[in-house]
Design a binder for this molecule. Sequence first.
Ligand SMILES: Nc1cc(N)c2c(=O)[nH][nH]c(=O)c2c1
Length: 373
Amino acid sequence: MYAVRYELIKTCKQSGARLGRLHTPHGVIETPIFMPVGTQATVKAMTPEELKEIGSQIILSNTYHLYMRPGHDLVKEAGGLHKFMNWDKPILTDSGGFQVFSLGPLRKITEEGVNFRSHIDGSKHFISPEKAMEIQNALGSDIMMAFDECAPYPADREYVKNSLERTTRWLKRCKEAHKNTENQALFGIIQGGMYKDLREQSAKEVLAVDLPGYAIGGLSVGEPKKLMYEVLEYTTPLMPVDKPRYLMGVGSPDDLIEGVIRGVDMFDCVLPTRIARNGTAMTSEGKVVVRNAKYARDFTPLDPECDCYCCKNYTRAYIRHLVKANEILASRLISTHNLHFLLKLMEQVRQAIMEDRLLDFRAEFFQKYGYEL
Ligand SMILES: Nc1cc(N)c2c(=O)[nH][nH]c(=O)c2c1
């Protein structure tokens, strides 16, 4: 019996996309779902109450960052991550591998694990699959990610093959080391870069490890969108239909829709909150870079079709003023809007799947947003 159970509700007749429910110890999640990213135990600029208000069902937090600061032992002493950050809905934690690998020259990979220096103070550290499990067990997340290596893009075939095979060996060590299996679900991660046969090999090896869910890693790492869609096209059909499929690091409106059409159930990305802090909003008519002078006297909402707190109460002119004045409220308002926009988009996607018209919805949305089909 796993801590997390996926229930397939319906498959869209028009697209093959899936409607599901993910049952977790902290509540049921309607899928397909977008997970706001709360790197350091906070979705930047948002309170948990505001996240719930805009419809967040689950959030993601980063193992590497919480290990570095304030430390997983402190979070455990506080009663776990849910209590520490006052969030009583589901939490997914990544394994830390991706952040550690992003440290570039500061890290050294061995079969045992990864030696690296802290991005905060340069101190030396080592994370192994066992350590990644210890940290996530201490955090108490509902879904824990296996310690893996996300191959860079581009990467040569031999590197990607060796890397995926090590990721498989690490996954087996993760499963062995995982405690608290009744309350925390471990997900495996399929790698293999942009090579079809290596994706098939990684899927075969990772899916042979019996787990409650699986992720597709190694995408959204700088490859062209079309290439990501192509890899998804032949990877998701290899995955079990009765378990959730999580595409890591993906979160633009077009990629979410294209991912769902290709059978993905879960997504996460820093994009909506990151671009918000740079003064860019996602709207029903495409991106609005609100700091642009053309909005100086635009007394209309960021998005005329949006019913979020930001769009109901503030104008582009006011938000532009806040951005130019580097006011904290700018990040708060645009983050609120962008997250609401993506969560609302996923609600519309779920409705379109229910009505067997997801491809029609894509055509309508792309036309309005300014995407090319
Ligand atoms: N784009 C990506 C974002 C991520 N957070 C991850 C990850 O955490 N692990 N493994 C991955 O391959 C990966 C890819």
